[in-house]
Write a protein that binds this ligand. Structure first.
Ligand SMILES: Cc1ncc(COP(=O)(O)O)c(C=O)c1O
Length: 451
């Protein structure tokens, strides 16, 4: 057994990248100012700390440069992307009325349980992705097939359970848990994706495909939950030193495409988070959508009772936006560090693994746009990720993310996931990234040699 564990699976920011000094000052400033600490320590307003909403709106407008500037009434404060996904499902879905959840596959695996908690166990479906993210044409076909089977149900010919594998048709269950009159809107479908620098594959969806996705969502009465948590961590090809901005967010597209949102709720919510920018323990994020959607979201029962999530921390995080520290920190520290680490891991893979026919995406040397936290590795035919991960842990104390971890539970998991590995370059330092890849090379050599 190797003496020290190397963990290339852990998708956390390394502690040396956390702006702890600035946070300490921010906490001091917030807790020393009576007007701020009184607000921070009381129940927050439903939509969250107003100065933070205003500053996030300003920051997003400067970063994305959308057709119309982002305004505070389009933003509410959340307890991070995970908490907000649960909250969105509580308010805008009903397990008896909402039919299915369609997820890009591979997808962020810790989201599955959140959908299951909301009553959708057995109703998650994976839609494969290619180099441009979720295959929207395949999604549209799957939704059409679902609608056809549901129509047959309504005609009494066959139950949609055939597609859904549990009985969901309101005609047979005749149940409504969440009346529209109370919740404003219940969507018929949910679509989940990570449009930029995806977890786990690093893929970014181009603009045309984003527009197609918004049109499909509108056609089928679906809410797209876009986890936009890596958007700020973009870099271009190796020689460009500037911060690279991904294409317009789905929520920006929904705002202007074909005359704008179809109703006052729209079809997209952007799920933003400070976890990968300041630190996951902050538990502060934001949601952006139409003002109607945001008002509805912020009226969730737990918020009405407990006030906005992470209220005190919101006042502290706000200090980092108030004086524009955060955009400078992202551009001056996180992006160069991310680019350097991405380059380091990619070169190590080329040097130590290409002899075994191992390939990967995105390549920071050739990709016009790359970013996020991950490299998505493809193993040669002769190997499975499960075998490599098991042997790496057992013989080299090396933790890797197996592709099948990111398969949608149920009927997902097809394609090449059994030959995929997710490697994170933001947790271990550069020396250990290289050593991890060297250990992986030894593991592969041993497996191929039949040891
Ligand atoms: C795609 C995606 N969504 C959500 C999260 C969790 O975000 P938060 O810490 O804001 O709950 C992660 C964390 O890795 C992620 O990769």
């Amino acid at each position: 057994m190797h003496p020290k564990k190397i963990d290339l699976f852990q998708g956390w920011p390394t502690s040396s990248m956390l702006p702890v000094k600035r946070l300490k000052q921010a906490a001091n400033a917030a807790l020393s100012n009576k007007a701020i600490f009184e607000t921070g320590l009381e129940y927050g307003p439903d939509e969250g700390h107003y100065p933070l909403r205003k500053n996030i709106a300003h920051w997003l407008s400067n970063f994305y440069i959308p057709a119309q500037p982002v305004t505070a009434d389009r933003i509410c404060i959340t307890g991070g992307a995970s908490q907000n996904l649960a909250c969105v499902l509580q308010v805008f879905t009903d397990p008896a009325q909402t039919r299915m959840v369609w997820l890009v596959e591979p997808t962020y695996h810790l989201g599955f349980r959140i959908f299951e908690d909301a009553g959708f166990a057995g109703r998650l479906r994976g839609i494969p992705e290619d180099g441009d993210g979720m295959d929207v044409a395949a999604l549209e076909l799957a939704l059409e097939a679902f609608e056809r089977s549901e129509k047959l149900t309504q005609e009494g010919l066959v139950c949609a359970c055939i597609v859904a594998s549990v009985c969901v048709c309101p005609l047979t269950t005749n149940k409504v848990y969440k009346p529209d009159s109370l919740y404003g809107k219940i969507y018929k479908h949910v679509i989940y994706c990570v449009p930029s620098f995806a977890n786990p594959s690093g893929t970014t969806m181009p603009r045309a495909r984003r527009e197609a996705l918004v049109r499909v969502a509108r056609r089928f009465d679906a809410l797209v939950v876009a986890d936009d948590v890596y958007d700020f961590l973009g870099w271009g090809t190796a020689h460009s030193e500037s911060v690279s901005r991904p294409p317009p967010r789905l929520v920006d597209i929904d705002r202007v495409l074909d005359g704008g949102p179809q109703d006052r709720f729209g079809n997209v919510v952007s799920n933003g988070s400070f976890s990968k920018l300041i630190g996951p323990g902050c538990r502060v994020g934001w949601a952006e959508g139409t003002d109607g959607f945001i008002r509805g979201l912020s009226r969730a029962g737990s918020t009405r009772s407990g006030g906005a999530p992470s209220q005190l921390m919101s006042t502290i995080v706000n200090e980092l936006l108030e004086d524009n520290f955060l955009p400078g920190y992202i551009a001056g520290c996180l992006v160069p560090e991310g680019r350097k680490r991405h380059m380091c891991l990619a070169s190590a893979i080329k040097e130590h693994l290409s002899q075994f026919d191992v390939s990967f995406t995105p390549d920071p040397v050739t990709s016009p746009l790359a970013g996020g936290y991950y490299i998505w590795v493809m193993l040669p035919d002769a190997l499975t990720a499960a075998q490599v991960c098991e042997q790496a842990l057992k013989t080299r104390n090396l933790v890797l993310g197996s592709g099948e971890t990111f398969a949608v539970p149920g009927r997902g998991g097809g394609g090449d996931l059994h030959r995929r590995l997710r490697l994170c370059f933001m947790w271990e330092d550069e020396g250990r990234l290289v050593e991890g890849v060297e250990r992986l090379g030894v593991v592969i050599r041993e497996i191929l040699a039949g040891k």
